[in-house]
Design a protein. Sequence first.
Length: 414
Amino acid sequence: MLEARDRVGGRVWSAPVARSGTPAELGAEFIHGRAELTRRVLRDAGLRAVDTGGEAWTHSQGLLRPAERDFMLAASLFDDARALSVDQSVDQFLRRRERDPAVRQAATAARAFVEGFDAADPAIASVRAIADEWRSGVDFATARPVGGYRPVFEYLRDACVAAGVKLCLSTLVRRIAWRRGAVTAAVSSGGGSRTVQARAAILTLPVGVLRRHGDETAVVFDPGLPPVKREALRSIEMGHVVKVVLWFRRAFWERVQDGRFRDAGFFRFEGHPFPTYWTQMPLRSRLVVAWAGGPKADALSGLAETDRIGRALAGFGTLLNEPELAHEEFEGGRTHDWSRDPFTRGAYSYVAVGGTRARETLAASVDGTLFFAGEATATDGQSGTVNGALDTGERAAVEAAASLEAGASQGHDG
Ligand SMILES: Cc1cc2nc3c(=O)[nH]c(=O)nc-3n(C[C@H](O)[C@H](O)[C@H](O)COP(=O)(O)OP(=O)(O)OC[C@H]3O[C@@H](n4cnc5c(N)ncnc54)[C@H](O)[C@@H]3O)c2cc1C
């Protein structure tokens, strides 16, 4: 297993917070929907998940009010999109519908969810792909692994090593030379270079890395990936997210305004640089997360880490109408710039207009030798999630094993 970072987990990255049982999840935090494989791993590891809870609040006209449950309403707007003969962008699709005042509110919510949840730009995102992902009946419930994702990935790492996997951390893959039944990866590690030979490779490179060309962090394929793959990659965009974890001396928001927000789980703050904040409910914790996705994240790009944290903190103070108290209680914050991270180049993928088959094409193996996994190759609506990534890893491993077995029975060496 060749991994550029000095740790496992990739976009799962839990940073401990002093005196807190809850880590700062700089990447993934939630378990979305049924997520059967994730839950199986949790069970095997002796870990638990807790359903997210708490009340939802929305900030409008200067006041925080209980939020309406508008996600289902917003999702139902996209029902017709699945039948479109020609794909459109989310923006194009919504612009026609929101002329009707009765659906304007749902359309605004739909746009906010596409940006916030899918990290997508509504001007580029395929409405058919969004409609497929949000199709009625999909389970939108969320949970969190108790104690964060770190123990889950430590368990997986240890299980791999126990099964004989050689884990090479801080090992950057630069070039993948391949022909049927033979792969040579040129890697840099510890200041030197070497090659690693194999009969097949499972590639979990994020789309942001696969799409990179012509700089030192790009991975070169020799020969290049087939044209259909390159075409698919042009239709899968990397969405951007700015996530800031703030922690305070005390959960002060539970006490302001006579304890109105004591059980708050989510806050929507439309029109603000960070339109979403959440607490760790139902767990009582001093941590609050600020989240901006899609174009809102682009608007924050280029800001230094301290400025992002400062804006997230200022926003939370404004939201609660307690700017001074928020500053007094503030203890620390952390964020990671996934968009500039050379091993990710974004948060997670979404499909651009016209690319409804792109994920399947990206997922297909090449010549029984290159196998593709990772969230962008999930074709069952689970792209952009940890569970989607785990599922595709299992799928690619089964495909690779079958291909190697078939090769072995035809007389290739081991
Ligand atoms: C801020 C944020 C919040 C998120 N929140 C959630 C959430 O709440 N719930 C959820 O389910 N999902 C969430 N996600 C998405 C989730 O983290 C990803 O979908 C999932 O972790 C992707 O796994 P992966 O294996 O496809 O990719 P990665 O985890 O990115 O793994 C790819 C690996 O390839 C390595 N790599 C890259 N280039 C090279 C190279 N040249 N050589 C060697 N190694 C290389 C990387 O270092 C990385 O370890 C979030 C993501 C982000 C960024």
